[in-house]
Design a protein around this ligand. Structure first.
Ligand code: GPV
Length: 832
């Protein structure tokens, strides 16, 4: 076989005889070749793991060709480049995604099968990099896909966690966390870059010095130095030759540091320092809101931000040159406040290390950063105790003080003497024991701030950032989130993708989702509707089979699949869904002759390990399920299953199989939601509140094709201002009372009336997310769902129209909006 390197001409796929040919014959040859030269195996003894690795390397070789070509073109054209800074990237399995974007998904499968390789089995072998905990991390992954697809030169910067989000197993109905050792078998998609590494410093103190010209300067004398090493993953676009870079940093001990300690004889001290350094990128924090005051988390944030800013400066030096123009070459997008320290770090690098004046450095910094906010929940806004911050990052604290002083002076002049306003806007919160407000740092240091859905962007301007909006309204933007149709339609639902392509007569919709509109005229076509139903039921059969195997709950694929899958959170109101299930259960128990549309209630989602209430909700779901699933009087109509370990791979099993998508957060609390989009794109109808992107989804698909219920954000605010009394609601609604009482009766806890008391008491006496206030409206809306589902032709039409009108929710559209309105970055088209 040939092992010649890729040909010199980068613009065309090389001829068949090179190692990166795309024909079936070339792929077969490459497959055998990689099995031999990478895994050291021949076909007969290769394990499924070997076969997976060979397939991955076969894909990777073809990706590298586009990647190197993109890097060359980006470099020589001095292309303006986006740096996306995110503490999380929830990528999901890579193999199928990459084959789709290479355009060889079909032929690669055929090639493997001609070698008697069970392709589905090797896909099951793949371990996903779970380097994120929920919507925010998955959004970053969707944006990487769309940045490349929209031909925007971009680098994703983040942390190469050795352990990603924990694996969830369910034991006796409780969540149990297992560590996610995703790297144990190696990661074929990354390239280690040991030569791309930077020192990162912590602790110590600062000193005033003077440079040769006699100007006063600050020297930071750290207590600890570690290094960050780059691990690079290529990210392909779809239908284009562009491939971008995801660069994740791994922490290590610097060699020199080791020797220093070793030379004075402190061997154990040296080993300890090494372990301490390696700890920094060891594990992802599994919360989807910050855990108070975790020092390691702050170390992580500074670690990846420092490496990334140093790398950005290095790249600028290598390609363009004068540092004064760095804001013309790069835009930095902050994915929430987790990387907001980058603002202070860039200032430090420019002022302390590059000897730039403060004024010029601040002008450059202010023009470089943009910030996306992802939450309105006050408890989810990051702050750091000043004492901890000072101990870890003494120089950055000085920089933040200086930024703050300059900023507050401006505010003082604008709003003469309004000291209350100054206190509210300060980067330092003096009311909760002196804390640094990371969101304020992000806003003050950025030229653009955006929310992630229309409602959310409106609310940040009137609540958490009201004062900032009054000061500089022109800096506030909105970009509604989107999701990639490559992964969430083509990869995860190939049957539907084929049907859409056949119906539209083209597959242009994959690269431009607005083309789904071509389905609209067929929405009433009985032939399409029949096929549509077949596709759905096939996906439901697959999921039912998986669930039976993994949970032991048998589900009839003919039942309505009613799914809520997302992180467990009180504001997302999984308990509202449970109350609905209990109501149906009681209705059936009271009148066994009542006829009902059979429903399978399927939940999925992880709880933060320290979030007691969320974990209790998981237990409650499983406990209710246990009783219902065992009760022959009702289990012909109702089933409840909890899918363990909801991650990207398992999500891909859920979205295609859903009839009904549950998006029932309290209005004003879910910044956007993105699962809502994934379900709807796969033909599920949504029952949802007037919240986040639900509002825009409803507008897009048509109010008549969406089940809306509950209070609006305004009504929520009003009710809370008036004084919300859940107790009165509980007393005033006999059914509601009996549903809650059934939980506290012990029916679902083997007679133990105490188990769920924290949950039921909290609902009755506090109910901060107003479950009781929306209970009645939710039940009534569910009645309308049932009615519609009982009319298959009507339901199919609604389902088809949902898909046809979801074009706007492609992450391609979102990225185009960012590029045009916020980043001012042009696409770079590669030849051929
Ligand atoms: I802040 N989100 C998240 O997953 N983790 C976080 O730490 C924060 C926000 C989510 C929001 O809750 C979703 O509404 C939103 O769709 C998603 O971020 C992406 O914007």
């Amino acid at each position: 076989s040939t092992r010649s390197p890729a040909t010199a001409a980068p613009s065309n796929d090389p001829p068949e005889q090179t190692r990166t040919g795309m024909s079936k014959a070339a792929l077969k040859q490459a497959y055998i070749d990689n099995l031999f030269y990478i895994q050291g195996r021949f076909r007969d003894v290769a394990s499924t793991y070997d076969l997976y690795m060979a397939a991955a390397f076969t894909a990777r070789d073809r990706m590298l060709e586009r990647w190197v070509e993109s890097a060359q073109v980006y470099k020589t054209s001095h292309a303006r480049t986006l740096c996306y800074l995110s503490a999380e990237y929830l990528l999901g399995p890579q193999l199928t995604q990459n084959l789709v974007n290479l355009g060889i998904a079909k032929v690669a499968r055929a090639a493997a099968e001609e070698l008697s390789v069970d392709f589905n089995a090797i896909l099951e072998e793949e371990v996903e990099p779970g380097l994120g905990s929920g919507g925010l991390g998955r959004l970053a992954a969707c944006y990487l896909d769309s940045l490349a697809t929209q031909r925007i030169p971009a680098i994703g910067y983040g942390i190469r966690y050795e352990f990603g989000i924990f694996d969830q197993v369910i034991q006796d109905g409780w969540q149990v966390e297992r560590s996610d050792n995703w790297l144990r078998n190696g990661n074929p998609w990354e390239l280690p870059r040991p030569k791309i590494s930077f020192a990162v410093r912590y602790g110590g103190h600062t000193e005033q010095t003077r440079d040769q010209e006699g100007r006063s300067r600050v020297r930071w004398v750290p207590e600890m130095v570690i290094k960050g090493v780059a691990y690079d993953t290529p990210i392909l676009g779809y239908g284009v030759r562009n491939a971008n870079l995801l660069r994740l940093w791994k922490s290590e001990a610097p060699e020199s540091f080791d020797f220093q300690t070793f030379n004075v004889g402190d061997y154990y001290g040296a080993v300890h320092a090494k372990i301490e350094a390696e700890t920094i990128s060891k594990v992802l924090y599994p919360n989807d809101e910050p855990e108070a005051g975790k020092e390691l988390r702050l170390k992580q944030q500074y670690f990846f931000v420092s490496c990334s800013m140093q790398d950005m400066i290095r790249l600028h030096r290598n390609t363009v040159g004068p540092l004064e123009t760095i804001h013309q070459k790069f835009v930095v997008q902050l994915n929430d406040t987790h990387p907001a320290l980058a603002i202070a770090e860039l200032m430090r690098l420019l002022v302390d290390e590059q000897a730039m004046t403060w004024e010029q450095a601040w002008s450059i910094t202010r023009q470089t950063f943009c910030y996306t906010n992802h939450t309105l929940l006050p408890e989810a806004l990051e702050t750091w105790s000043l004492a901890l911050f000072e101990r870890l990052l003494p120089r950055h604290l000085e920089i933040i003080y200086a930024i703050n002083q300059e900023f507050l002076d401006q505010v003082r002049v604008r709003f003469l003497g309004d000291e209350a306003r100054i206190a509210r806007m300060s980067l330092i919160d003096e009311t909760h024991g002196r804390r640094i407000r990371m969101a304020h740092l992000a806003v003050v240091g950025s030229r653009a701030v955006n929310g992630v859905a229309a409602l959310h962007s409106k609310l940040i301007k009137t609540t958490i950032f009201k004062d900032f909006h009054e000061l500089a309204p022109e800096r506030f933007h909105t970009v509604t989130n989107g999701v990639t149709p490559r992964r969430f339609m083509v990869v995860s639902n190939p049957r539907l993708a084929r049907l859409i392509t056949a119906t539209c007569g083209h597959d242009r919709w994959i690269g431009d989702l607005e083309y789904l509109r071509d389905l609209e005229t067929h929405a009433d076509d009985p032939v399409l509707q029949a096929r549509w139903r077949q596709v759905k039921i096939a996906a439901k059969r697959d999921l039912a089979c998986w669930l039976d195997h993994h949970t032991g709950v048998p589900i009839d694929p003919e039942a309505m699949f009613d799914i809520q899958a997302k992180r467990l959170h009180e504001y997302k109101r999984q308990h509202l869904k449970v109350l609905h299930i209990i109501r149906l259960y009681q209705r059936l128990k009271q009148d066994p002759s009542v006829s009902m549309v059979p429903r399978a209630f399927i939940f999925g989602g992880k709880a933060a390990p320290g979030y007691v209430m969320a974990k209790l909700m998981i237990k409650l779901i499983n406990a209710v399920g246990e009783v219902i699933n065992r009760d022959p009087q009702v289990n012909g109509y109702l089933r409840v299953a909890f899918m363990p370990n909801f991650n990207v791979k398992n999500g891909q099993r859920l979205y295609p199989a859903a009839d009904l998508s549950e998006q029932i957060s309290l209005a004003g609390k879910e910044a956007s939601g993105t699962g809502n989009m994934k379900f709807s794109m796969n033909g599920a109808l949504t029952i949802g509140t007037d919240d986040g992107a639900n509002i825009e989804i409803r507008e897009a698909v048509g109010a008549e094709n969406f089940f809306l219920f509950g209070m609006t954000a305004e009504e929520v605010q009003r009710k809370q201002a008036e004084g919300y009394r859940p107790w009165a609601l509980y007393q005033g609604d006999a059914e509601l009372k009996s549903d809650i009482d059934l939980i506290s009766s012990g029916l679902f806890s083997h007679g133990d009336p105490h188990l769920f008391r924290p949950l039921t008491d909290h609902l009755i006496h506090a109910d901060p997310f107003m479950v009781l206030a929306d209970y009645r409206a939710y039940l009534e809306c569910q009645e309308r769902v049932t009615e519609a589902y009982a009319q298959p032709r009507r339901w199919d039409r609604m389902s088809i129209l949902n898909v046809a009108r979801m074009g706007r929710f492609s992450s391609d559209r979102a990225i185009r909006e960012y590029a045009e309105r916020i980043w001012q970055i042009e696409p770079v088209v590669l030849d051929s």
